[in-house]
Ligand binder design. Sequence first.
Ligand SMILES: *Cc1c(COP(=O)(O)O)cnc(C)c1O
Length: 384
Amino acid sequence: MNSNKKGLNTICTHVGELEDKQHRGAISPLYMSTSYAYEEVNVKRYPRYFNTPNQIGLCKKIAALEHTEAALIFSSGMAAVSTALMAFLKAGDHIVLQQTLYGGTYNLVNEEFTKYGIEYSFTNGWKAADFESQIQENTKVIYIETPSNPLLTITDLEAVVAIAKKHSILTMIDNTFASPVNQNPIDFGIDVVIHSATKYMGGHSDISAGAVASSEENMNRIFQLAKNLGGNLSDYTVWLLERSMKTMGIRVRAQNENAMEMANFLTNNSDIEKVYYPGLPSHEDHKIAKKQMKGFGGMLSFELNSKLDASKFQKALKLIKPSMSLAGVESTVLSPTKTSHALMSPEVRAEQGIADGLIRFSVGIEEVEDLKEDILQAINAIKQ
Ligand SMILES: *Cc1c(COP(=O)(O)O)cnc(C)c1O
């Protein structure tokens, strides 16, 4: 089934599935072959050409989910990010990137770009004007991340796209935190959409993968570089990812619901200083989130009262696990000052609003009452 016109869960379950003509099994057969006949066929298949049967099937599903003509899947989110960026940048070009970026992307830019003669600027905020003020004559790409990590700021996609179009600049977004369930940036004029499929697409904390979705023309350009860099995903993992994505719609919608409930619960708790969740009417960018998101996502952050120790709090949790990654069906927490933002000076962290008591919460699909109880018991345990 290849129609892009179906609803979310139908796309998740069926689009791009391969037919088992030999045995009529219910699921896509897995083709592990790295070697295919080349005479008397049009397609020269090879895993690093991103065109094995399972790769092509899954790419159709991702393209349908992101409302694009085409997509490619990679071995990690960073393989997707780096290949997409390098496909559109060459020596002498300039890129404007949002200030609050995923750490891996920030490192890619800071550690590698100068070597290739690519100039870059970071914005001083996430408003459209913050992007515009960094544009130079040689700016070729604007790179956005919304909702952002860890404070869940929301960048106005339409407003940034309008500025980019005025200057004929390509726009790219890291759509990982929202997932295609909650946000389709193409509908707001964004050119290239990137995902760490390690997160919501995989959803079970057991797959490393990435994806890029865009027009045929843009994807062809990205493919020309991708086949040379070689960041393709193994077909077995492609097949596993297809299986995971069948439930992405129901998983993420359940996570949206739990996160909204937890955000309200935390807001009403006097031991919590602040809650950052785009679904809360009190969130600074709530109106923009409402305009461009179909759900507010499963990620939120909260700041513990300064009398409570974030490390002790995390250790006292029994059900929710402190963990480096995010977006699994299991709830996890992370302390940005100890992990993703550990290398930043305390001054810069304070400037960006990242307090020592800040906890990033990836809300899972557990019963929400059990999550509330775990947080309450942990707070009570560390107060004693
Ligand atoms: C995890 C993540 C990435 C990188 O993905 P990997 O699969 O770890 O390479 C990129 N962007 C965001 C927002 C992420 O959370």
